[in-house]
Ligand binder design. Sequence first.
Ligand SMILES: [Zn+2]
Length: 107
Amino acid sequence: MKKKSVIEGAIKCPECGKKCKPITISVSGAKVKGWRCSCGYELISPEEIEKVYLLMQAKKHEKVKISKRGNSYMITIPKAIAEAIQIEKIKIAEVFLKDEHTISVKV
Ligand SMILES: [Zn+2]
């Protein structure tokens, strides 16, 4: 028997009982799998809940110190952000100045 994931299965709307269609939902800037019913009800896949939770935790601003090492300056990445983006899997990041007061790090 072929293994079927929850995503492929038909999901019934808990509000009206109709069949929901699979969609991609944007939550906290991340795209996650979910379903939408014709009545407007949306569900996020249980497989994606942890991802959404980690991203929401990482959205909180934290103050970090800037230190100097040789000719470079360093900042630390808060644990919540490191976990949300699974930083252990990332080897290279792109750093750029977004505006006069914002440094962005694209991973
Ligand atoms: Zn519905």
